[in-house]
Design a protein around this ligand. Structure first.
Ligand code: ATP
Ligand code: MG
Length: 645
């Protein structure tokens, strides 16, 4: 790979950021050497009903396995996100909502947020929801989704948010897995000018799974939907009747806050359980540090609340820090591909955080739709979800950010609760494609397949050797699966499942899932690097690379390539792409097969499902596995039909 360029910390940021270089180094050392004192001090950022005296109690070993943070502390997450801001910010905007149509938007103040959350919390209580009960939330990206999450938090119920794009089967599976008895949904959602039949999907799901006693239905689009007598309640009618005050439930720090199912990129989704104190702390701490958030700024994370990114940075982290958080119901390309940037101008967004998949899609349409907007309000950009190809990074930096905005590439997982590896705007020089360095308190190790620790500049499997407050506590209802999945591969360590390279400056580069690592004639290669070399080509929009059995090399490289609009797929182009990879990485990485792919199979959170591509490349068409979290299953049919022989 070409030697990456470095983008130094802008001088003004170095001078006034929450954390500068010296502060970062000091915090790293303090978190490592005096963890109890360090985290106790940091925990003061939350509002506790009873401040914890026990700070950290952790072992990753089988004999005495436990993960506990702030154990005797008592708090309520909704109080931290709402009530404590009321004395100073009652009339300030907590949520800006931008609808699917550019004509629809709305603001919600902290005072209004308080009243609406309390009313809904009282409706839940009146209908028998108790502390610890699981409540399923299936809503579009509207403020009511945040109200529903915070209403659960207020009374100690455990929410399980399901992305509004999921099918009845997926809903039923998730309801069954956590034995949820209560569902909150809406008549319909709107995405890209199309209606999403949320209530109808819930009705179908509830034909397949028993146990749900009550469904609260929000009238969002106002379309007529059937109500099941004795089961379905009208959100508007019920909340109007309810009291606007609801005393918050005192929660122990280790009481569950929510369950969230992972994206399903690698198999059956896992019900990740997060707790009240550690998770909320990590959400708030990282939101402030990573985005260098300052009061009064408008923060826009484009992720849906159905993903962990939406939980942590649209709702909990942002609101705990009294941010103005923007919720967008629509999609980046409706009504036009300028939509993101129009919304930035309309609401004067200061911090913008999105996914590489969205950027790559927008890049296909060129610079003009971006340049049609001002974007002068922006001060920081971020990405999350996948490795960002340096090519996309540079486009984001130069075109969207006009070369003046730092980009925070945040590596984390549903399991980690919040960002773990990320630049800090005032402390970290940037390298395109690298998530850079671990946050204070995050202890990384790269190990080889046998678990031997690799030092210096190296590449291998990414592990975390010690706990951080935002760590998941279990797979819901399956402590055994939790331990086996994350702590048994390399005993005493949390194994992320991701491959990673560390360069001579100590920067971390995620190379993709370890399962996706390709071994060509004994050379191990991450999929991300080969893909980045392919998308460097002007004609290529997106690429996904997998290994397949090869008689001589052990594994060969099979590349699926999506071309830019209007580009013709020719043999010459194929040759040019192979040449480009040879040049960028070396002959060893040259693809053996290139298949033109009009679309790639992605999860609904936008990640490429390489395990399906691998099966197609291996010609194991009967064993494609769980495809229920795919955004568009028809993509797979096309790839199978046009499989390169
Ligand atoms: P499942 O665990 O069900 O297979 P998933 O891993 O896609 O699904 P998430 O928790 O949403 O579910 O995604 C976390 C993964 O996303 C990480 O393990 C990593 O592979 C990838 N990822 C997230 N952010 C980044 C980033 N900034 N750079 C590189 N990879 C990233
Ligand atoms: Mg995962």
């Amino acid at each position: 790979m070409t030697d990456p360029e470095i983008y130094p910390v802008p001088a003004d940021l170095a001078a006034r950021a929450h954390m500068d270089r010296a502060g970062y180094e000091a915090a790293r050392i303090a978190a490592r050497e005096t963890p109890d004192a360090f985290w106790a001090q940091q925990a003061r950022r939350l509002d506790w009903m009873s401040f914890p005296t026990k700070i950290k109690d952790v072992s990753f070993n089988k004999e005495d396995f436990r993960i506990r943070w702030f154990e005797d502390g008592v708090l309520n997450a909704s109080v931290n996100c709402i009530d404590r801001h009321l004395p100073h910010r009652r009339d300030e905007v907590a949520i800006i909502w931008e609808g699917d149509e550019p004509t629809d938007s709305e603001t919600v103040t902290f005072g209004q947020l308080h009243e609406r959350v309390c009313r809904l919390a009282n409706v839940l209580k009146a209908n028998g929801v108790q502390k610890g009960d699981r409540v399923t939330i299936y809503l579009p990206m509207i403020p009511e989704a945040a109200y529903a999450m915070l209403a659960c938090a207020r009374i100690g119920a455990v929410h399980s948010v399901i992305f509004g794009g999921f099918s009845p089967d997926s809903i039923a599976g998730r309801i069954e897995d956590c034995q949820s008895t209560f569902v909150i949904t809406a008549d319909e959602g709107c995405r890209g000018g199309k209606k999403v039949p949320l209530k109808a999907n819930v009705d179908k799901a509830l034909e397949k799974v028993a146990g749900v006693k009550t469904v609260v239905v929000l009238r969002h689009t106002g379309t007529d939907v059937p109500f099941v007598e004795g089961r379905d309640l009208d959100w508007g009618v019920e909340t109007d009747k309810a009291s606007p005050d609801c005393a918050p439930e005192p929660m122990k720090a280790e009481d569950p806050l929510f369950i969230l199912y992972t994206s399903g990129s690698t198999g059956k989704p896992k019900g990740v359980l997060h707790t009240t104190g550690g998770y909320l702390f990590w959400a708030s701490y990282t939101h402030e540090l990573v985005f260098d958030y300052r009061p009064g700024e408008v923060f826009w994370c484009t992720a849906d609340v159905g993903w962990v990114t939406g939980h942590t940075y649209v709702v909990y982290g942002a609101l705990a820090n009294a941010a103005t958080t923007l919720m967008f119901e629509g999609v980046p390309n409706y009504p036009t591909v300028s939509r993101f940037w129009e919304v930035v101008d309309k609401h004067q967004v200061n911090i913008f955080y999105t996914a590489p998949t969205a950027l790559r899609a927008l890049m296909r349409d060129g610079d003009a739709p971006v340049k049609a907007s001002s974007r002068q309000s922006l001060r920081l950009l971020g990405t999350v979800g996948e490795p960002i190809n340096p090519e996309a990074w540079r486009w984001y930096h130069e075109v969207v950010g006009e070369g003046r905005l730092p980009i925070v590439d945040t590596w984390w997982q549903t399991e980690t609760g919040g960002a773990l590896i990320s630049p800090l705007p005032g402390a970290t020089d940037l390298k395109p494609g690298s998530a850079t360095k671990p946050l204070p308190g995050v202890e990384l190790e790269i190990v080889d397949a046998e678990g031997a620790v690799l030092t210096g500049a190296t590449e291998g499997n990414l592990c975390i050797t010690d706990s951080w407050p935002g760590q998941m506590r279990t797979v819901y209802g399956d402590d055994q699966r939790f331990f086996e999945t994350y702590f048994s591969t390399y005993p005493g360590k949390y194994f992320t499942g991701d491959g990673c390279r560390r360069d001579a400056d100590g920067y971390y580069w995620i190379t993709g899932r370890v399962d996706d690592v390709i071994n060509v004639s004994g050379h191990r290669m991450g999929t991300a690097e080969v893909e980045s070399a392919l998308v460097l080509h002007d004609d290529v929009a997106e690429a996904a690379v997998v290994g397949f059995p090869h008689d001589i090399k052990g594994q060969g490289i099979y590349a699926y390539v999506t071309l830019n609009k209007g580009v013709e797929a020719t043999d010459d182009l194929r040759k040019a792409l192979v040449a480009q990879v040879r040049e960028e990485i070396g002959p060893i990485a040259a693809p053996d097969v290139i298949q033109w792919a009009p679309g790639l199979p992605k999860t609904r959170s936008g990640k490429i499902m390489r395990r399906i591509l691998r099966k197609i490349a291996e010609n194991e068409l009967g064993a494609l596995g769980d495809t229920s979290t795919l955004a568009d299953p028809s993509v797979v049919d096309d790839l199978v039909k046009n499989r390169a022989a």
